[in-house]
Unconditional design. Sequence first.
Length: 260
Amino acid sequence: MKQEKTTVVEHHNFQGDYRILRLAAPEVGPLVKPGQFLELLIPQLDDRILRRPFSIYKADAEGVSILYKPVGRGTQAMIPLNEGDPVDIIGSLGNGFPELGAGKIPVLVAGGYGNAALYLKAKELKTKGIAFFGGRTAQDILCVEEFKKLGWEVRPTTDDGSLGTKGLVTAAFDPWMQEQEAEKLELFVCGPNPMLKAMGDRAIEHGFTAWLSMDKNMACGVGACLTCVIKRKTEDGGWEWARCCKDGPIFESREILWEE
């Protein structure tokens, strides 16, 4: 983990309301593992001292890229950032996705721009599999061509049926799963919490492994503020608090005790 004062290399519209921000980060970039995130101190928000967490979409020796959608005051304040503007980041943070188990079939599952957090894993995996991407409309299904170029089959679902199967991501995943040897599947999942729980429940019911990137507000990113805690099961049948930023954000589905 390093704090790096860096600059914007590129900032542009990607698709619909989504944008890509590329930062020069020669110290952080080489450290990044798939599934990790960074904390960005957003300029022009002097009255908001907390950083904002972002999944790392791409990373290399020169820098990092994040894919985001302006939805609140913080991300709206990022829109004016231009090439050369100074930015302060901390990264890379979190545990990242584990290695694929021996003999396992990799499956990527994402909701919304959750697939940005899966791109580096898709690139890293030597064994290519299938990716299920869900979104509200066709404009919310991102990076399909990028994943296809890496050798992945992509099956989209949209709430309105404008692309792929109509419905939630489970509408495409469930029929496919029924045709597989479930115990051989290993899922890497990122998206909103209801989708994470749905995929985790299926993993437990059908006996496969699912690694979930938990969607919590990680205000500090280093385990100090405790705003991102979840309940994690313990070996003695009890539970303990786990910090998504420090102990996660990746957890295996059987670890998580979901709040009812």
